[in-house]
Design a protein around this ligand. Sequence first.
Ligand code: ZN
Ligand code: ZN
Length: 655
Amino acid sequence: MSLGLYTFSRISMTNIELSATRTAFDVLKEQDKEIAKRSVVARLNGELVDLNTPVKETDTVEAIMPESRDGLEVYRHSSAHLLAAAVLELFPGTRLGIGPALLDDPKGGFFYDFQRDERFTPEDLQKIEKKMKELVKQNLPYRRVTIPKSEALEKFNGMGEDLKCELISDKGSDMVSCYTLGNTFIDFCLGPHLHATGRIKAFKLLSLAGAYWLGDNERPQMQRIYGISFFSQEELDAWLKQREEAERRDHRRLGRELDLFSIQDEYGPGLIFWHPKGGMIRKEIEDFLREQLVRRGYGLVFTPQVAKRDLWRVSGHEENYADSMYAPMEMDNVDFRIRPMNCPFHIGIYKSSQRSYRDLPLRYGEFGTVYRYELAGALHGLLRVRGFTQDDAHLFCTPQNVRQEVRACIDFTRHVYETFGFTKFKVELSVRGEDTSKKYIGSDENWQLAEETLVAALAEENMPYERIEGEAAFYGPKIDFKVVDAIGRLWQLSTIQVDFNLPERFKLEYIGSDNHPHRPIMLHRALLGSVERFFGILIEHFEGKFPFWLSPLQVRVMPITDKQSEYGEKVLKQLIDAGLRVDGDFAGEKIGAKIRNAQLERVSFMLVIGEREAQTGQVAVRERGRGDIGVMSVDEFVTRAKALIKTRALNSDQF
Ligand SMILES: [Zn+2]
Ligand SMILES: [Zn+2]
């Protein structure tokens, strides 16, 4: 691509001017040499900038370190520029789309979209990666140049970069910032970037994908190259290993192979069919939670999935949430809508009679099915769907109740995580922060009370947490829980939210000890979040090898030959009567094949019956993944198996 040397003489002139002044890097160096050297970019008066940005005496400068999310984002975005520069050197004439960083995407850490008549091949990726390594060795600077918008348009137009021109027209202000890298690459970009390519230590190109310009399928088709980069080779290796693990555990593939669930085009995207085996696991999950709800003083409620449209006006959903809701439908001249949330229905129960402070707290729990519109492109297996069931609950409290109720919710959450084997998790407290504007509803007094309550409850439960300013819901502060799964990925699961808004909107009341009406405080809490999403996470967490109590098929009886069939049938019946989920493999296959099949189907225990077992009235027990664990009577097996179920054991160590 001929960019015109003319551009470059201008760029270097600008740069000479800049280097004559004191830069953000200089300031950082004066503060701490080591920190300056490791910093990725700087924060100048609150804004992220290149390290070589000139500063004034009065400016405040802060180092942005590689460990921070901002640091990682700049690093990966700079990696995307490096990718594009390599592509332009190898494939002149390729035109550029966009190249953002990705921070939590399993597909990679950055991508760049290209427009080119010929298709990139996997071999091309290798060549591009090699070229990127060369450019890293050359330690090329990321140079910023600011030019008038008209000049930028002319320049990019001259290069045939019509998509860039579109971006400049839409987003550029009077002066437009561009960045160059090497001899052929110039990009319209706000920055900031690393100061030179030598800083990029470990990267890899991952895959090719198709994409449309701006995600619009009527716009030009782009070729997207995904890559990943880290500050060290160790981090990169760990990420690649985790990715491989994640692919092996992909719940969409395991869901199909183990016949757990499906999504069917004829019925609609994002709508989940639970097959018998998945349904059995769901039943066990729900049974566990219902048992806990009852034990913890919740009332189990069931409420409708549609309601009059007016209800959603009172709740504020018509105003703030309509984009995510299914369209209204008319019945008997009244509009109805399918629910995206359960809260107003539990409020309906609260409102059905007069409440006194003596009745509170009132706790209503429901597996509430809701429907929300999600963009088709965002749907993903069980993790992002259009219809799902929340393990939802609402607690109506007096101000005096709230702390104890929040504590109980935290304890409940912890118990649920232990039961499913999530030993590590992160807790975040999201508060209003400095911003006390009208964006947040409710009185300062209430906000302060709610925040103090959550802080106290977390402290009393000895729960370490991270405080996040400015991330509260508009109606109140909240606690979010993120679990770490078996391969170290973080998943947002549970939330406990304080709400002043809905009690106000629905004019909820209780009669206080002073005989006057008061407004209750509402807590929203969901522990699994959505049962569908939780199931997806659980499939990947356990790699489809569910613990015994969740296992859809717990035991398989397998006689070695026909001669043991009769005894086998007897054992089968005994186990069914004991309440275990069991089947038999009485086919004429060799026992080795039977065992292999059972392992593939993730059956927990295999009871092998040979001549000796048939004669002595025993069974030879094999466990999935562990092999032989000995010969025992059927009664003995049942007793041990039931103990695993009763304790909801995660493994069979106690067997
Ligand atoms: Zn950029
Ligand atoms: Zn709610």
